[in-house]
Design a protein around this ligand. Structure first.
Ligand code: PBG
Length: 321
């Protein structure tokens, strides 16, 4: 018989498979998203994301208690303000909902890494990530509001700024703003590779941030493009990003690998809302095994090169690890 290789030797038992496993998911990989809503008493479940809640200032610490006790080291905060205007003023107010939440959380848990998502879409009356004039989302004009937001978030105690607004030059603008405010040591986690994706649907319900007109295709990336991702990462590195992100994850694992092979910065995968909801819905129907599917999905992101994963499954996964 012709000679052949015996790959099955290394798969012969659970212990043998453990010995040769290449990729591991650990608690340190996980970042849990948290939604804080102004004026809300208690918590309310997001209908398209079962198991994910909006929290009020009165309940947020009980959620953080749970996250910290599960051994998760970082959260990313999203805010739902009680007032919106054309420039997103409630994003950078000193007593803005995110700023208040950060102070509360950091007072109790100074060691928890609090990442602030820095965008305007939850705070503008247009639902766009920048300011709009004559139907156009203005780039340079938006940068000053985005920078003000970042500075106020760090002043409130945020450990990392994560800009998701997809304007050109936001890393440079925020870096300069932070440095001038004497926040030289605060890292920027750039949503460098952010596609204009339909997978954000449930989040836009959760964050009340859907654009009132049009879409985000003039600032977020075309899902068909790979080289555009490289250009974005090259720019953000030059501008001073400390982490780069690829978002969404499941349909973009090739891009993740590509970016991993081109940058020495820590790489973050965002396992977005639509990816969460799809798995939840199928699991609720009894069509798939949720825990196994989640593990396989997240391990796939790490195998593709991600160092960190932002995922609504973070608490569930941490419970199993
Ligand atoms: C804000 C922002 C979005 C997400 C994170 N930050 C939505 C968007 O760009 O429309 C999506 C997160 C998710 O779907 O889980 N710009």
């Amino acid at each position: 018989m012709k000679e052949f290789d015996r790959h099955r030797r290394l798969r012969s038992s659970a212990a043998m498979r453990d010995l040769v496993r290449e990729t591991h998911l650990i608690k340190d990989d996980l970042i849990m998203p948290v939604f804080i809503e102004a004026g809300l008493k208690g918590k309310s479940e997001i209908s398209s994301m079962p198991g994910v809640y909006h929290f009020g200032l009165d309940t947020i610490l009980s959620e953080i208690d749970e996250i910290v006790h599960l051994g998760i080291k970082a959260i990313i905060l999203f805010g739902l303000p009680d007032h919106k205007d054309e420039v997103g003023t409630s994003a950078w107010e000193d007593d803005g909902i995110v700023q208040q939440a950060i102070r509360l959380i950091k007072e109790k848990y100074p060691d928890l890494i609090v990442i602030a998502d820095t965008c305007l879409c939850e705070y503008t009356s247009t639902g766009h990530c920048g300011v709009v004039k004559d139907g156009v989302v203005l780039n340079d004009e938006s940068l000053k509001y985005i920078t003000k937001t970042a500075v106020s978030q760090v002043a409130a105690g945020a450990d990392i700024i994560a800009p998701s607004n997809a304007m050109d030059g936001y890393v440079a603008a925020i870096r300069e703003g932070l440095d001038n405010a004497d926040f030289k040591n605060t890292p920027i986690m750039s949503y460098a590779v952010k596609y204009a994706s339909s997978f954000y649907g449930p989040f836009r319900e959760a964050a009340d941030s859907a654009p009132v007109f049009g879409d985000r295709k003039s600032y977020q990336m075309d899902p068909a493009n790979r080289l555009d991702a490289l250009r974005e990462v090259i720019s953000d590195e030059k501008e001073g990003a400390d982490f780069v992100m690829v978002k969404p994850s499941m349909a973009f694992l090739d891009v993740m690998r590509e970016i991993r092979d081109h940058t020495a910065l820590p790489l973050v995968a965002y396992n977005v809302s639509g990816e969460y909801s799809m798995i939840k819905a199928a699991a609720q129907n009894g069509w798939i095994d949720e825990d196994l599917i989640v593990n396989e999905t997240l391990v796939g992101m790490k195998r593709a090169g991600a160092d960190l994963i932002i995922t609504y499954f973070a608490k569930d996964v941490a419970k199993r690890l």
